[in-house]
Ligand binder design. Sequence first.
Ligand SMILES: [Ca+2]
Length: 469
Amino acid sequence: MLTSWTLGFLLLATVRGKEICFEHLGCFSNEKPWAGTLQRPLKIFPWTPKDIDTRFLLYTNENQNNYQLITATDPDTIGASNFRSDRKTHFIIHGFIDKGEESWLSDMCKKMFTVEQVNCICVDWRKGSRAPYTQAVHNIRVVGAEIAFLIQVLSSETGHSPENVHLIGHSLGSHAAAEAGRRLEGRLGRITGLDPAEPCFQGTEEEVRLDPSDAMFVDVIHTDAAPIIPFLGFGMSQKVGHLDFFPNGGKHMPGCQKNILSTIVDINGIWEGTRDFVACNHLRSYKYYSSSIITPDGFLGYPCDSYDEFQEHGCFPCPSGGCPKMGHYADQFKGKTSAVEQTFFLNTGDSGNFTLWRYRVSVTLAGKKNVNGYIRIALYGSNGNTKQYEIFKGSLKPDASHMLDIDVDLNVGKLEKVKFLWNNHVINLFRPTLGASQITVQSGEDETEYKFCSSDTVREDVLQSLYPC
Ligand SMILES: [Ca+2]
């Protein structure tokens, strides 16, 4: 049997520098900028639409567990489905690394149904993604074309405006979304790139990859932006949206172990051999997004020039215009399209809902003697209390102040009190006491500063409570 892979190869061999055309999708060139470039030396055609077999699985609030298959070439399938043109439509597009985790797409839809009424379409292009990486890179051009074609049919058949369409693409899926957006000439409402794939895309022409012109609003989450050689970072470090979020700096995600290979020879080999082992950072992008749907007050991104600056007490609190939220609610940010490549940093947790909230804590010590040890504080507010966070370790001098930005796993709400504790790990014959005379806590989101005071000192491991003053 003549597969499209061999057919493509034959075409490559016989009609070099031509294009391949498919019914209802048009023609695909294998010339620059699509192929024959530094990043894409091989002149490859995409597989046929039939071989890629792009399928659109529609979930709605009315059918959350069982999808309805809709096709653009048979609009009756749309008419007979639960598709509602007066609702927003989210498409979720998987990438090259999706094996064993296909359920994340429909799980993301289910989270959306808990907060809004939407059409949620999972795009399945499994057959086209199970190919050598360099082939899958070209197959997404057909996937993108199929998505654009369906959006056009939805518009003509039901009056559903492309402005109300949001494409969420992971890895290669980000660039499939970009291709759909390019074909719709920027009329698409929004594209979210979840760790857009780096190899064959980084540094290429805007036409072949995700960029801000692909939709009215483009937001990007970078979670695996370390260089592919030698760190096996699959995601782009290049900024390609209006808003580019770099959680945890964008390279190494908490809870992920990173293998480092010293020599990489073949790009297809990397993807085939390692995707199950080292994809943790890469997959975090959609986990953060999914969690953001049900955490509307979380994932605040701080505008900053670098992660180092963010970590070293810079870029805090949010500016007067506020901070955007990474993920589902990024489109609520007022300045979202005021510029391209706006850069934001935040830290996340290593599991659970991943969301953390940043506070700046400053502790002024009280006591009579210097001791070596550490100090911890816990925040108590209208939404509950945090665990204890270490603020400083070293020589604890009376009247000294110690400041630290902490990322806590709870939005404390209105702060009501702070508890302080110190410890020095050795037996203290003289049983010294130490305390905090003043603690200030500033919320990153709204700049509000809370001040707490006490005139007490306590023995080690005894909690001291400080109240507003
Ligand atoms: Ca583009």
